[in-house]
Design a protein around this ligand. Structure first.
Ligand SMILES: Cc1ncc(COP(=O)(O)O)c(C=O)c1O
Length: 209
């Protein structure tokens, strides 16, 4: 029976301590929340500056909901892009001093979108072993060949990039702040390597804001 099989898989996850359940938190202010009636400090979220609770951010969201309603009603590529999206992307690009910006609804989707847009079957992706799961999924979905170097082992990274003449594009991929251990990639070294081997460099910069 299907349910027995699923139960077996769930038990397997529990035995390996890999079973996860969804926690329901009530957000208080910035890093503080209530979990099952207890006040706790969050070290695992992305609302680093507590902007989700900032009165001006809340007011802007209320005004936007009144003018535009809630939800864009369609995918961005179909009919879900409004002048508000465009304004946000224009201002983000100005803030980051870049030509353009593209906003995704989650980091996971950004990584999937970037790697599937840049890489295809004829290309090679060389990636740090500790990259976030979304970069690994994006690389797999792109259909490119994927080679992984041990965490921050840039000698091995160079070796992988040096034997790649048959590929059309080479794409070097790294987190900047690694999400599991919080350590940092050596960006200067990554730039040196990507220039030496004519690769594109994609970095996941969650520290940027
Ligand atoms: C480095 C890194 N990239 C991507 C993601 C995925 O982002 P999101 O949770 O917004 O989907 C995370 C998540 O924490 C992350 O730490």
């Amino acid at each position: 029976m299907l349910t027995d099989l699923l139960q077996e898989e769930l038990s397997g996850l529990k035995e390996k301590n890999l079973y996860r359940r969804i926690l329901s938190l009530k957000s208080l202010r910035g890093p503080k929340a209530l979990l099952e009636g207890r006040e706790i400090l969050l070290f695992c979220g992305n609302d680093y500056l507590g902007l989700s609770q900032h009165p001006r951010v809340i007011e802007a969201a209320q005004n936007a909901a009144e003018r535009y309603g809630v939800g864009s009603g369609a995918a961005r590529l179909i009919s879900g892009t409004s002048d508000l999206h465009e304004q946000l992307e224009r201002e983000l690009a100005q803030l980051k001093k870049k030509e353009r910006a593209l906003v995704f609804t989650a980091g996971y989707l950004a990584n999937l979108g970037v790697l599937t847009a840049l890489a295809g079957e004829k290309d090679l992706i060389v990636m740090d072993k500790f990259c976030h799961a979304s970069l690994i999924d994006g690389a797999r979905l792109s259909g490119a060949s994927l080679r992984v170097f041990p965490h921050k082992n840039y000698e091995r990274c160079e070796e992988l990039l040096s034997k790649t003449d048959s590929f059309s594009k080479k794409i070097l991929v790294s987190d900047t702040v690694f999400s599991m251990d919080g350590d940092l990639a050596d960006l200067k070294e990554l730039i040196r390597i990507k220039e030496k081997y004519g690769a594109l460099l994609v970095v996941d910069r969650r520290d940027a804001f």
